[in-house]
Design a protein around this ligand. Structure first.
Ligand code: SF4
Length: 345
């Protein structure tokens, strides 16, 4: 059962002075009306009844979109005051926001503490300076380290978002970013393969032949290695890949149409399914070497679909590669999520 719910409030960063090559926020916000604190209240009010009776341990209000701490301070305060009101009534548990590393300083954090904010997620994207420059992020790696340290020094929970496949990116850069993320000790992380959206500089780079998106398989292979590094450090990976709803938040047009083949609606399952397959195959090899006739693969119910694989690809992989051993797939709910075991049948 899902124990955690996020009430997302999308606050576009109107007037964002940055020009990240992958971002289409400017094109979207140019056509959107401003979200107001009253809208935020309406969104929370409409979500709360749908969360009742679901056994949730934590409900968060999260200000996503552009860069929450980059909007004027009085606007931040007005939104935070709404969330704080629900928190003080016990209707929500945490206040969460996403922002950029260079929009973190003492004044901003003092204000977040005043309104009892809990989690600050930083859009780090990469720890490789050349990737940040090529993506025109407009902040340095030093900004990232400084912001992470400052957020933690205020006792706030830290989140880190990384992107895979940005211009000048590589497997080595991505693994380095994953390892640096672990050193920053966030409590949560998100991994987003880069998707080429309309109305972006990245699309123009692609059209000029200056940028080639990763294939889905390439993106899965890199993300899987990052996932293993980050998850094995005990950091909760709360998102892997964009959801389809992330691509259709601009309701009046096809502006979020993607180019290339990196996007996959079940990207997380592709990544977690690959990790399951590798793990199970390593555990199966002793059974193969002693010519066992059968073996049983176990996971808990939540991770069962990862064990089977997207479109049953793991099942088919084992049947094709190891035809002489009969493999059954079973549930053992005493296992943790993403723990797989091979046992004698
Ligand atoms: S991704 Fe970059 S350009 Fe887009 S809203 Fe955020 S900071 Fe601004």
């Amino acid at each position: 059962m899902k124990k955690h719910a996020i009430i997302p409030i999308f606050i576009p960063h109107r007037g964002c002075p940055n020009d990240c090559v992958f971002c289409n926020q400017k094109a979207i916000t140019a056509r959107q009306t401003d979200v107001t604190p009253a809208d935020a209240r309406n969104i929370i009010d409409s979500y709360l009844p749908t969360l009742e009776g679901r056994g949730l341990e934590t409900i968060e209000v999260a200000f996503f979109g552009g860069s929450f701490t980059g909007i004027p301070m009085e606007d931040q305060s007005a939104f935070l005051a709404v969330a704080q009101e629900y928190k003080s009534k016990g209707l929500i548990d945490k206040i969460h926001m996403s922002t950029r590393p260079d929009y973190i300083n003492e004044e901003i954090l003092d204000n977040l503490i005043k309104y009892e904010a809990d989690i600050v997620e930083l859009g780090v994207q990469s720890f490789d300076p050349k990737v940040l420059v090529a993506s025109n992020r407009g902040h340095s790696v030093e900004d990232v380290y400084r912001a992470c340290d400052l957020i933690k020094s205020y006792g706030l929970e830290l989140g880190i978002q990384l992107m895979i496949g940005l211009p000048q990116d590589s497997l080595e850069s991505c693994l380095y970013s994953a390892k640096e993320t672990v050193l920053m000790e966030p409590s949560i992380a998100r991994l987003y393969p880069t998707v080429v959206l309309n109305d972006t500089e990245l699309l123009r780079m692609y059209e000029r032949g200056e940028y080639e998106p990763l294939s889905t398989d390439e993106a899965v292979a890199i993300t899987k290695e990052m996932y293993k590094i980050i998850a094995s450090a005990g950091i909760k990976i709360i998102r892997v890949g964009l959801k389809s709803t992330d691509l259709i938040n601009d309701s009046d047009s096809d502006q979020n149409q993607t180019v290339g083949h990196t996007y996959h609606p079940a990207f997380r399952q592709l990544v977690e399914g690959e990790i399951a397959r590798e793990d199970l195959e390593a555990q199966l090899l002793p059974y193969i070497s002693k010519n066992a006739a059968s073996a049983a693969f176990y996971s808990n119910g939540v991770s069962f679909s990862n064990m089977i694989g997207n479109s049953r690809r793991n099942k088919e992989f084992f049947a094709g590669k190891y035809p002489d051993i009969r493999i059954s797939f079973k549930v053992d709910d005493s296992l943790e999520d993403m723990v797989f075991e091979v046992r004698e049948k």
